[in-house]
Each structure stands twice: as C-alpha cells, then as structure tokens.
Design a protein around this ligand. Structure first.
Ligand SMILES: [Mg+2]
Ligand SMILES: [Zn+2]
Length: 191
C-alpha cells in the first residue's frame, strides 16, 4: 500500500515541470527548468504528495507509445532523485476523442480538466482534493482545480504567459506566478 498523505500538489508536466517542446517523444528531450528540483523538494519536505497529472494525447494520436512516456518519466525520476526530490506518482491520460488509435480515441474521464487522474490519487494516497493544489501553465489545469475543489496556480512558463491574457469566461486562478518555484512558495504560504 502507498504512503498516506492528507494533501497533494497536482503538477502539470509540459511547460510546468519541464520545458514545453511540443509532443515529447524521446526521453533525451526532457529538460527541467533550473528551479524544478528545488521546487519539488520543498513540496516533499512539506509532507505534500507530489502527483504528476498530464494529458498525453500523443499516445491516442499514434505519435508515441505508453512505453515512451514511461521512459520519459523514469528519466525524470532519476534526475529528481539525484537532487533529493521525488514525484510520488506519475499519472497521465493517453486518450483523445480525435485519436487514431482505436481503443484510445474516445471521451474519457481522465483528460484534464476532467477529474479522473485526481481520483486515482485519492484512491492511492487518501488525499483530500479540497485541501490540495493544482499547478499548471494552461487554463485547463485551473479548470481541473475548479472541478475537484482544489486551489489552482497558473505559472507563466510554457504556455502560461500567453494563457494569462485570455482566461476562459468566468475563470480565475487563485494565484498567477512566474514559475514552479514561485508556485511552491505560494503553496507553503497558503497551506
Ligand atoms: Mg502544460
Ligand atoms: Zn483519459
């Protein structure tokens, strides 16, 4: 059984933890921001579950396979552990309604902003979404926060700077900050 946590920080991957490079199809293309390891270590020390939640429609589109994504996450895990940081779970949605891989081309309950990936963390770690946080560079990440009752932090890395200027109707982030290390600070100040 997994370790239990009261709260989680749900982290988007592309543009939030690592540089946005389009469809990431090779582990060699993983590039952390200079502050990524520190930002995640701070969250680990605060006894927050750190859970990656990522839409990977490239799998449904046939651009790469689950095995490639797993290799990418293994490489991230190796880099983090070198710096004394840890992601407690790597969850991703492989689906997309317009996909070309038949069994993955569908509307699912795990593509953000739907809540399926968060519900996995509830089942695995016992976290309370209402006391948790979502950090991402897209409004759909903030939408996920709204869906599950968590607080949502938009970062300006990745697509974030562009996204900041065009929020969907009625949507507001709890905070908009420059990057992941600023998001970690905001979270620690708002526990
Ligand atoms: Mg992103
Ligand atoms: Zn899905």
């Amino acid at each position: 059984m997994s370790r239990r946590f009261e709260r989680a920080v749900f982290l988007d991957r592309d543009g939030t933890i690592i540089e946005e490079v389009g469809y990431l199809d090779r582990p060699e293309r993983v590039e952390f921001f200079p502050w990524t390891i520190d930002a995640i270590r701070v969250l680990n020390r605060a006894e927050l579950a750190v859970v990656l939640v990522s839409n990977q429609s490239g799998i449904a589109r046939g651009f790469f396979t689950d095995a490639v994504v797993d290799t990418v996450h293994q490489r991230m895990d190796d880099m983090l552990s070198t710096g004394g940081a840890r992601i407690d779970a790597y969850y991703y949605c492989p689906h997309h309604p317009d996909g070309s891989v038949a069994e993955l081309a569908k509307v699912c309950d795990c593509r953000k902003p739907a809540r399926g990936l968060v519900d996995r963390a509830v089942a695995e770690f016992g976290v309370d979404p209402a006391r948790s946080f979502v950090v991402g560079d897209r409004w759909l990440d903030i939408g996920l926060a709204r869906t599950v009752g968590a607080r949502g932090v938009l970062v300006r890395t990745g697509y974030g700077e562009r996204e900041e200027g065009k929020p969907p109707d009625g949507m507001e982030a709890d905070a908009i900050v420059d990057n992941l290390i600023a998001a970690s600070s905001w979270i620690l100040n708002n526990l």
